[in-house]
Structures are given as C-alpha cells and as structure tokens.
Design a protein around this ligand. Structure first.
Ligand SMILES: NC(=O)c1ccc[n+]([C@@H]2O[C@H](COP(=O)([O-])OP(=O)(O)OC[C@H]3O[C@@H](n4cnc5c(N)ncnc54)[C@H](OP(=O)(O)O)[C@@H]3O)[C@@H](O)[C@H]2O)c1
Length: 281
C-alpha cells in the first residue's frame, strides 16, 4: 500500500464488479438469434452471451457467420454458428436441429431478419416486392416461431422459474407510424406487432412470453440511406428528440431485458427504443 500499489484482492474485486455487471442473468438459457452476424442481431447475440446464455448465431452467408464467431472470440465469447436464410425451410430446420444437438434445448428465439428491397409509398409497391418483404419479414418470423415452439415447450420453465422462455420479434417504430418511402416495409413491421400480441395470448397459459423490440433509427448497414449523406442525416436527426441515432448495443440491452426473468410478467408488449421519437400515446 505504502508503495502506491493497489492490493491484488482490491484489483480483482474491481475487475469482477465491472466485468460481471449483468453476468449470469441468462445463465442456463439457450438462445437462437437470427440474422445475427452484423448490426442489431450481432449486438443481441453478443449481449445474451455476456449475460450467460448459450447462443446460436446465423445468417445467409457462411463467411459472415465465421467472421462473427471470430469477432465474438476476440471478446472471449463462444457461440455456435450456422448458415441460415430465414426464408429457407431446410435452413431453419437445420438451425433448430443444430441448436438441440449442441445445447440440448431452446429457451429463447429472437427473430431479427428483415429485408427492404425497394423504397416508395405503400401502394406504389410491386406485387413481387410486397411478396419478398412479407416472406422474409413476416412469414419467416411466423415460421421460425412455429418451428421453435415444440422446443420452447419441451424446455419449459420449472415452477420456480415461470414464464422464462420467450420469443422476441424485431419490429420497428415504423410499424406504428409508417416511414415515408418505406410503406410496405412499415406494414410488415406492423404485422409483427400483431403477430406477437396474438401469439402472446395463445402461449401465456403455457408459460411462454412473446414480445417485440421496435427500434427507432439505429446506425447499421441496413439504415445507411438514412444517415449516409449529410442531408439524409440532418433529416433523420430532425425527427429524433435525442438528436442522435441509436446503437445496436442499446437495442441489445432491451432484448436482454425482455428475455430475462426481470420481464417475467411482460408479454404481448412492444418496447420502442427510439431516442424519444413518439410511437403512441
Ligand atoms: N437499423 C435500423 O435503423 C432499424 C430500425 C428499425 C428496425 N430495424 C430492424 O432490425 C433488424 C436488423 O437490422 P439491422 O439494421 O441490424 O441490419 P444489418 O446491420 O444490415 O444486419 C443484417 C443482418 O441480417 C443478416 N440477414 C439479412 N437477410 C437475412 C435473411 N434473409 N436471413 C438470415 N439473415 C439475414 C445479415 O447477414 P447475411 O448478409 O450474411 O445474411 C446481417 O447479419 C431488422 O429486422 C430491421 O428491420 C432496424
């Protein structure tokens, strides 16, 4: 002490208290997060791992899966990864089979994939574009939930740990109030809010919760067009009371809460995380 050195035990305590702030919140849980090699999905997977869950990450491209696994390893986080295009039935089946093979159960599904192949008003949308948006954003989410359900049921909570299995759909604030030029995409995100509310009612008696995350404008590749140019960035910021875009980590924190015991009495809900952009009364 006299030499100015901090005793080893104090250093150790400091290290433990900072690194394990949320550690263990999801100990013993197994999670599948789709579209999780980049952006919001990657941040969610990373956060669930940090909170103690076993996580299976996936996306369409094998190389991206490997890259994401390597990135997680740099943070001393070990996930399992598999290629899965959410629109492909075989891929989805392999995703769940592999999860059960690796970890023996499934407690959490985060359905995060979405596409938006064209911009425009809702009724300007071509039929093929509408189909593509609804196939990926809504039908694949519905199918993932349906296919995950037998595993969620089997891995259901003990009486002491009621309502701990859950599904989270990643919707959008645009699902409440359609974004200009993102008409069909916005409607697909509204459908996810409806899907989660309907499924939440059905599954509540079985102890499975269903909720939505509704992000505002988050800085990822997906939203590049909304901040890339100075004019687009200014227009976006003018709509956000906090005057900044959100981060994927901020979205991950909300999902970590929704799938945790702390949210054990929350189902059929949608949490808007938008820097103060209003979505409803
Ligand atoms: N960013 C925002 O401002 C914002 C706002 C509201 C809601 N959201 C929602 O948040 C979710 C994630 O968006 P993001 O901004 O994080 O996107 P992102 O940064 O572009 O990341 C997209 C991820 O999804 C994967 N992916 C894309 N299509 C897929 C598919 N069909 N099947 C499986 N994986 C797929 C990509 O990897 P591969 O290329 O390897 O497939 C990548 O890992 C979406 O549902 C989006 O609608 C985003």
């Amino acid at each position: 002490m006299l030499s100015g050195k901090v005793p080893l035990s104090v250093n150790l305590c400091r290290k433990i208290s900072t690194s394990s702030r949320n550690m263990g919140k999801l100990d013993g849980k197994v999670a599948v997060v789709t579209a999780s090699t980049d952006g919001i999905g990657f941040a969610i997977a990373k956060r669930l791992l940090e909170d103690g869950a076993k996580v299976v990450i996936s996306s369409r491209k094998e190389a991206n899966v490997q890259k994401a696994l390597n990135e997680l390893k740099k943070h001393n986080l070990n996930a399992h990864g598999i290629k899965c295009h959410v629109g492909n039935k075989e891929d989805r089946q392999k995703l769940f089979d592999e999860t059960i093979k690796q970890y023996g159960k499934l407690n959490i599904l985060v359905s995060n994939a979405a596409t938006n192949p064209a911009v425009g008003g809702v009724l300007d949308c071509d039929e093929s574009v509408w189909d593509k948006i609804f196939d990926t954003n809504v039908k694949a989410s519905f199918m993932l939930a349906k296919e995950a359900l037998p595993f969620l049921r089997k891995s259901n909570s003990t009486p002491e740990d009621k309502h701990s299995n859950s599904i989270v759909f990643v919707s959008s604030i645009a699902g409440y109030d359609a974004f200009e030029l993102l008409g069909a995409y916005s409607v697909s995100k509204t459908a996810l809010i409806g899907l989660s509310r309907a499924a939440a009612k059905d599954l509540a008696p079985e102890g499975i919760r269903v909720n939505c995350l509704a992000p505002g404008i988050i800085k990822t590749n997906f939203s590049k067009a909304l901040y890339e140019s100075e004019s687009a960035n200014e227009a976006a910021l003018s709509k956000i009371p906090m005057n900044r875009l959100g981060t994927p980590d901020e979205m991950a924190g909300v999902v970590s809460f929704l799938v945790s015991k702390d949210a054990g009495y929350i189902s059929g809900e949608s949490i808007v995380a938008s820097g103060g952009m209003t979505a409803r009364i």
